[in-house]
Ligand binder design. Structure first.
Ligand code: GCU
Length: 354
């Protein structure tokens, strides 16, 4: 399956690169002139029942309703176009137009993204949402990759990340000692895991199920949907709300494509990007409730609610080191603290226990 995906990705990259290079000087205009529709390819790594996929289908419908004479939007789920890292590279070169990437993965493309990967950066989901909705916080980061050929066009809620294991209940950081835990491929995640005492095993999302099943790893960390939509709850029986990260997913677009849009079309695309954000957020709340219910009642997963403070105390020194390393991020970090004060932690803890 992996090989097949790679072959498809390679075929698409060759084919699309030719198309995009030919169109860089005015893709939209030449498509209009010839009466052809420009195909817009969007890749992501979630299943078709996932809020991200539902939101991108809403985007497809919206763009085709308004600009269907010019554009044909195609959404490719389930890593069909490759892993997130592959898809970011395809978007960068213009081989595809958009993809959804975890903020974690983007850290390896621009240091600025490191900020949103910090453990315990946001005090509650309300603070997280308010900060991510504030362009003063997100724009400097979202626009920092234009030289690399892509930019972020909206963020997508991916809930709260927590540890889950095949057979070890995680009640305190000590319980992670000696366990191999899959993390996303980012230096911040590896550091967080090492600080907490587990052995960080970075790998792509698509490889986690098999790694859990074959006991190459003892556990992983993610939101609740990984248990159901990705089947990890069939293997992992303990999910522990330590609430270590709220890492957004980011919809990124190829700059040459975005810059080639007319002002009117760009305005419609912007509405489409907002729609991705709002549809996904509505779907998200429902999806998390359903995932918890299914995990508990059908997959036999036990949910645990440990004291998050010991985890937090170990991780928060990472904030100061980051600001020391990247002083330009300080004003954005301080902006986030304002939201943290406005929306303190109690609300989030209540949310997790619902
Ligand atoms: C979440 C997130 C994905 C990410 C995945 C992972 O599902 O939404 O973007 O790829 O976690 O852990 O890799």
């Amino acid at each position: 399956m992996k090989r097949l995906q790679r072959v498809i990705a390679l075929m698409l990259s060759g084919l699309l690169l030719t198309a995009t290079l030919a169109g860089c000087g005015g893709t939209a205009a030449s498509a209009e002139d010839s009466g052809d529709r420009t195909i817009i390819r969007i890749g992501h790594n979630q299943a078709t029942d996932h809020p991200t996929h539902i939101a991108l289908l809403a985007f497809e419908e919206y763009i085709e309703d308004r600009l269907g004479d010019k554009y044909d939007v195609e959404v490719y789920p389930s890593e069909l176009l490759g892993s997130q890292t592959d898809m970011v590279q395809l978007t960068q070169t213009g081989a595809i137009d958009f993809c959804v990437a975890s903020n974690s993965i983007l850290e390896t493309f621009s240091d600025n993204y490191t900020l949103f990967n910090l453990p315990y950066l946001f005090s509650s989901s309300e603070a997280y949402h308010a900060a991510m909705d504030d362009p003063e916080i997100t724009n400097p980061i979202f626009e920092s990759t234009t030289k690399a050929g892509f930019e972020a066009v909206t963020w997508i809620d991916a809930g709260t990340r927590n540890f889950y294991t095949v057979s070890t209940p995680i009640e305190a950081p000590e319980d992670l000692k000696g366990l191999k835990i899959r993390v996303q491929q980012s230096p911040t995640n590896v550091e967080m895991m090492s600080r907490l005492g587990g052995s960080a095993t970075p790998m792509g999302f698509g490889e986690v199920y098999t790694a859990l099943q074959s006991k190459i790893i003892d556990g992983a960390e993610n939101n609740e949907l990984a248990l159901t939509s990705n089947g990890h709850g069939d293997v992992c029986k303990y999910y522990s709300y330590d609430m270590h990260q709220m890492i957004p997913d980011i919809l990124i677009g190829n700059c040459a494509f975005l810059d080639g849009l007319s002002e009117e079309d760009r305005a419609i695309f912007e509405e489409g990007f907002d729609l991705v954000n709002s549809v996904e957020r509505q779907e998200w709340t429902k999806a998390v409730e359903e995932a918890k219910d299914k995990a508990e009642n059908e997959q036999g997963v036990t949910f645990l609610y440990p004291d998050t403070k010991p985890f937090q105390e170990i991780c928060t020194p990472m904030h100061e080191s980051l600001i020391e390393q990247y002083p330009d991020l300080k004003p954005i970090y301080q902006g986030i603290q304002t939201y943290n004060e406005q929306y303190p932690a109690e609300a989030a803890e209540g949310g997790a226990e619902q």
